[in-house]
Design a protein around this ligand. Structure first.
Ligand code: FAD
Length: 517
């Protein structure tokens, strides 16, 4: 990079979104400077869960096994009334993204512990510089770059940093978003919730169910967090306010009403919050991108707020890193919002719908709809909350929908390479864009124009062989568990183009041309 820049990318805010942005970019060779207003990790446990999509992102960053040590598999979700009636249950099948039958689909986390481990992983990367206790007070940009003014909160000293791009991951009240004049549309729900985090003193029956106590007046979230923590989220009733819960003695009756006693837990901390359904007018202004809570806020019911931020940062990060290396054109950066906004809106809608179940506002038809198998479905039906992700817009060629493989995430079974190594598929796939052929070299299925298009992106061509034949080329992969060939077959495809984030960009059935930008 030329001397006029201090960094390729400046990251404002070093919460989960900023961290994943930093990890993605720095691990791909970009020079990153991050600014975090606080010295320490935000102590309140907010997010409670991550799933196998997020874990696959961690795998790509080479840190999933470290994160796995500070999180725990989630058993199942259930929605129950206080008189013991079960309204709905979602049992998690094993993951298809993180190796079938061996990895969980959902995990419980303790956000401060997970963020601490993410920070330790990031510290090991060359090319990443983090300024803690440093508040960004100015963001200016021209057509060449972004100038960040940051103030050391202890000394008051101000510095300026020039970067090619900036990511504002500075949370729901994002000072950057406000400074750029980007409106945040949507609403904040009036009800105030108390979130009580506890240390577990003894096990109780079914503690590891994520239970939504469904009730019109006092719906409660009851969830095991990792590392011996447990969380209850309880809405305040009309007439109640923060002032009524100033001490632990005032908070305890809320837990006692649920049958929890001082023999079970000790209260570690509690806080009050309101739910938002909000989205920024745009996720980008020039060279500055909004990501995470800075760009969108959703209620917690789908457990997808923090994860959406991490997925934003990863989506933007792998593209930015390649743009910085000159491998992709700048126009790629427009796909960030085109791809992330519909996904965020999907999870926001899901969270709002699940919120209606817990508050007993959902009609039986709505509950039924959440579990109904669509007609003529090609995919084995899974409730939307646990189903593997699909992209519905963005850098894709051809039809998207239930019968199409395009936009789906490639499953991740254990596979073999031509010289006998057995590993999770992603560990064996070449980095970048990969075309996979079912028992065929996918390059042979391309027209010269299509081949030239994929070659220009540095794509590799891999034939997937069943386990009972010889491999034919050093690039061949073996489908040891029979998962990939069965998956291609189900959608009637012979070859697919896989993006670096493992989503299917194109398939021979609808055309293997490089997607248009
Ligand atoms: C009770 C509750 C439960 C939740 N449950 C879930 C869940 O189960 N699953 C899930 O995925 N999500 C959940 N969420 C949401 C999740 O916690 C947030 O979406 C997530 O923390 C957002 O991450 P972020 O990095 O975008 O923002 P933040 O975590 O808010 O981080 C922003 C950072 O920017 C810093 N900053 C701000 N301004 C500046 C500045 N000017 N200069 C430098 N630094 C600055 C802040 O200090 C902060 O560290 C929950 C939230 C709550 C409140």
């Amino acid at each position: 990079m030329t001397q006029q820049y201090d960094a390729d990318v400046a990251i404002i805010g070093y919460g989960p979104t900023g961290l994943v942005g930093a990890l993605t970019l720095a691990s791909k060779g970009a020079k990153v400077v991050a600014f975090e207003r606080d010295q320490d990790i935000y102590a309140r446990a907010r997010a409670v869960t991550v799933n196998d999509w997020t874990m696959r992102i961690f795998q790509e960053l080479g840190i999933d096994e470290r994160i796995e040590k500070v999180i725990e598999p989630q058993r199942a979700l259930r929605w129950v009334t206080y008189d013991g009636q079960e309204i709905m249950r979602v049992v998690h099948p094993p993951s298809t993204l993180g190796t079938r039958d061996t990895k969980p689909r959902f995990y419980n986390i303790y956000q401060p512990a997970m963020e601490a481990e993410l920070r330790r992983c990031a510290e090991e990367l060359d090319g990443l510089e983090v300024h803690y206790g440093t508040e960004v007070v100015g963001v200016e940009q021209d057509e060449k770059g972004v100038t960040i003014t940051a103030r050391d909160r202890e000394t008051g000293a101000e510095t300026t940093t020039k970067a090619r791009y900036a990511i504002a991951a500075d949370g729901g009240s994002s000072p950057t978003r406000k400074a750029l004049g980007i409106a945040m549309h949507g609403e904040t729900v009036d009800t105030q919730w108390i979130v009580i985090d506890c240390k577990v003193k003894r096990w109780w029956p079914d503690r590891d169910f994520l239970t939504f106590w469904s009730d019109k007046e006092r719906p409660v979230v009851d969830i095991a967090l990792s590392a011996g923590n447990h969380r209850w989220e309880i809405p305040l009733k009309p007439g109640e306010s923060e002032a009524d819960f100033q001490t632990q003695d005032q908070v305890w009756p809320l837990l006692e009403a649920l049958g929890v006693t001082t023999d079970d837990v000790e209260i570690h901390q509690y806080a009050f919050y309101r739910h938002h359904v909000r989205g920024a007018e745009t996720y980008r202004q020039g060279r500055v991108f909004l990501a995470g809570d800075a760009a969108h806020l959703m209620p917690p019911w789908a457990g997808a707020g923090m994860q959406s931020g991490m997925r934003d940062a990863h989506n933007l990060g792998w593209k930015l890193a390649r743009v910085l290396r000159g491998e992709l054109g700048e126009e790629w950066l427009d796909t960030y919002e085109a791809e992330r906004r519909p996904n965020v809106e999907f999870f926001t809608g899901l969270a709002v719908g699940l919120g209606r179940v817990i508050k007993q506002e959902a009609t039986p038809e709505e509950i039924e709809a959440m579990n109904t198998v669509p007609e003529n479905t090609v995919t084995p039906f899974e409730p939307p909350l646990v189903a593997p992700p699909t992209m519905v817009a963005g850098w894709l060629t051809g039809e998207i929908g239930d019968a199409s493989i395009v936009g789906r995430m490639l499953p991740q079974p254990v596979a073999g390479d031509a010289v006998g190594t057995m590993a999770r598929l992603d560990e064996l796939l070449p980095d970048g864009f990969v075309l996979l052929g079912a028992q065929v070299d996918p390059a042979t299925l391309l027209s010269p124009e299509q081949k030239a298009g994929w070659d220009a992106l540095g794509a590799t061509y891999v034939a997937v062989r069943p386990r009972d034949v010889h491999t034919q080329a050093s690039t061949d992969l073996v489908d040891l568990q029979g998962v990939l060939l069965e998956w291609f077959d189900r959608y009637g495809v012979q070859a697919v183009a896989v993006r670096p984030d493992k989503f299917i960009a194109a398939a021979d059935k609808t055309g293997l041309s490089v997607p248009a930008l």
